[in-house]
Design a protein around this ligand. Structure first.
Ligand code: MN
Length: 415
């Protein structure tokens, strides 16, 4: 019997986005969150006396700003070396061979799989074979699985791979492959990386995306961590999710229906934030507050949106270690509701056309004729995974909702 940890997408020293603009933002926590989460991973490996640790790509967010990023990683791997724990890893699109110009010699307990071909490493004392291949460049469009060897039936086989599988929303379609292809290799566990949301794809054999170990912005909400896998007689017995994040992103919905005054709404917000903090076991929180529902306070909220936003930040500040990333108003007034049903109401058609408005990618690009020219002038760093101009469907929908609420608020707020 042995256990191992499977982590991915550590994005070491990647900044957290969305809190920087506030003077009271937890600058140190934001800057060091990914490092603290890595510390938690190392500590968990030591505490659980695991046989080995797997890192399935995107250990680094991109080329190091300086050597400190690499030195930090090496120092933490040194702790695992002292504990007798080997580490196997592949690189992904963010830390592909062509992306990283600086390098440091890794401690001898760490193996980085090559990018030219798939290789197999054996851990004989456990009867384990680990098969893996790194990314050579950011954009790998080949099916890497094809090069992976068939599993050895006498061993416990693990495939270590950075992949988008058959495509995942919000993730670039790198190293595409099918579940069938993974299954056909005869391995017992596929340790995948790239998709930041935890997902168990299959249990026979186990195919797992553990998600990233620390959320980096409001699209990466909830608990983040790794898998702790236990193996007995060549079979996976359990796959447990273990939390490693130090600052948690939360989308908090507030239904203002029962509140008659701004004060009572503030009290409700405080209660909800306290609940969220309890759920996160006292971790720091970065919260997007969404006020969503019918309320008599609609007009007041929209007319004094800035002031209300500051009010919410005050409520959060009083709780300590809770920061508001953004306050989004999706409230509606009772009058507006009536407007929907009253045929004679002159604004009805206008409300309806705003409600049914769809944002197409082409509309957005059409708004700025020189869009592509502008885009081509941006540094390439900005145009990769975090490209602000390549909105996906989800982001377009969020943008459309914001525009809609702004318009509805402007019109409805007068009532
Ligand atoms: Mn990736």
């Amino acid at each position: 019997m042995f256990t191992f940890l499977h982590a991915a997408d550590i994005h070491l020293d990647s900044p957290l986005k969305g809190l920087e603009e506030y003077q009271d933002a937890p600058v140190e926590q934001i800057r060091l969150a990914a490092r603290r989460a890595l510390d938690n991973l190392v500590q968990l490996a030591v505490d659980e006396k695991v046989a080995f640790v797997l890192i399935a790509g995107d250990l680094y967010d991109g080329d190091w700003k300086d050597y400190n990023t690499g030195i930090y990683f090496v120092s933490r791997m040194g702790r695992l070396r002292d504990a007798g724990i080997p580490v196997m890893m592949v690189s992904g699109n963010h830390d592909a061979a062509s992306q990283i110009t600086r390098s440091l010699k890794l401690p001898d307990n760490v193996i980085l799989f090559p990018h030219r071909k798939a290789e197999t490493h054996h851990l004989e004392q456990y009867g384990v074979a680990i098969h893996g291949q790194s990314f050579s460049a950011r954009s790998v469009m080949d099916d890497l699985v094809r090069n992976y060897p068939q599993g050895d039936p006498a061993l416990f086989n693990i495939g270590l791979l950075h992949t988008s599988l058959n495509g995942r929303p919000g993730h670039e379609p790198y190293a595409p492959c099918t579940l069938d292809a993974l299954v056909s290799k005869g391995y017992q566990y596929w340790a995948l990386g790239h998709v930041h949301q935890r997902e168990e794809i299959c249990r026979d054999p186990w195919v797992v995306f553990p998600g990233n170990i620390q959320g980096r912005h409001i699209r990466e909400i909830g608990a983040k961590g790794c898998s702790l896998v236990s193996v007995e007689e060549g079979q996976v017995i359990t796959v447990e999710e273990r939390e490693l994040d130090v600052l948690r992103w939360v989308l908090c919905r507030v239904d203002p229906a029962g509140c008659d005054t701004i004060d009572s709404l503030s009290d409700l917000v405080r209660d909800l934030l306290e609940e969220e903090r309890a759920k996160a076991d006292g971790r720091s929180l970065a919260v997007r507050l969404l006020v969503d529902g019918v309320t008599s306070l609609h007009g007041q909220l929209h007319e004094k949106a800035m002031q209300w936003s500051e009010e919410v930040r005050g409520v959060a500040a009083a709780l300590g270690d809770v920061w508001i990333e953004k306050v989004v108003l999706k409230s509606r007034s009772r009058d507006e509701l009536q407007a929907d049903f009253a045929d004679e109401f002159p604004l009805r058609a206008l409300f309806h056309s705003i409600e049914s408005f769809q944002f197409e990618k082409s509309t957005l690009i059409g708004l700025v004729p020189e869009f592509e020219k502008l885009r081509s002038k941006l540094p390439s760093d900005l145009l990769n995974d975090g490209d602000p101009f390549r909105l996906d469907e989800e982001e377009l929908a969020a943008l459309r909702d914001e525009v809609r609420e702004l318009l509805m608020g402007r019109i409805g707020g007068r009532s």
